[in-house]
Unconditional design. Structure first.
Length: 203
């Protein structure tokens, strides 16, 4: 199927990867859905049943303008409003590092869905390592464009850190798709050469 993508989606390669992975007709919830761009395309092009959770009032208005059902929610409070296996898949894109307890949110995500699609910012990326090692300061990269004192990120991790967490929680990593300008090297050593990574995890 030919994708008809907006500029906003093209500028988010992790969302394009997630879009390609999700099956047509899936029941999808996007946690921290932003303006609802990904959900809009899943609804229009893959006939998915979609809903979003967002904390920003301005972004909620954008979702409603796009015709995307969305509710106000703070992910730190969990997903108690949703029963077990309510969805085929849950999306969490570049958000895990901003919640108070990533482990608890992951457990909740896997309780309400069959699979989770997670895009992760990798602090182990070589560009970040070089800045820490030689400049002695928190890195600023394409995936981490905000200075440390302005960022919402409180739990930055590496790809390896995330994989260990999944193992400890008993979740299976079905797919790991590195996103990087170093295409070949990122496949060999994703923790070093990938700015971001998309994971598909299941129970």
């Amino acid at each position: 199927m030919k994708k008809l993508l907006t500029k906003e989606l093209i500028n988010r390669p992790d969302l394009i990867v997630i879009f390609d992975l999700i099956e047509e007709g899936s029941r999808v919830i996007d946690l921290g859905c932003g303006e609802g761009i990904l959900l809009y395309h899943l609804k229009k092009q893959k006939n998915c049943s979609v809903c979003g959770v967002e904390i920003s009032q301005d972004k909620i208005i954008e979702c409603i303008t796009r015709g995307i059902p969305v509710i106000y929610g703070n992910l730190d409070n969990g997903l108690n409003d949703y029963p077990e296996n309510s969805f085929d898949c849950v999306i969490l894109s570049q958000t895990l590092q901003a919640v108070a307890r990533p482990d608890k949110l992951l457990k909740d995500m896997m309780r309400v869905s069959k699979k989770s699609y997670i895009s992760l910012i990798n602090i182990g990326y070589i560009g970040a390592r070089v800045q820490i090692a030689f400049a002695g300061k928190m890195p600023i990269t394409k995936s981490l464009p905000t200075p440390w004192y302005k960022t919402k990120n409180i739990h930055l991790s590496t790809i390896i850190d995330f994989e260990i967490l999944c193992y400890e929680l008993g979740f299976k990593i079905e797919k790991r798709i590195p996103i990087s300008q170093y295409t070949f090297l990122s496949k060999l050593m994703p923790n070093l050469f990938s700015e971001m990574c998309v994971f598909v995890i299941s129970k």
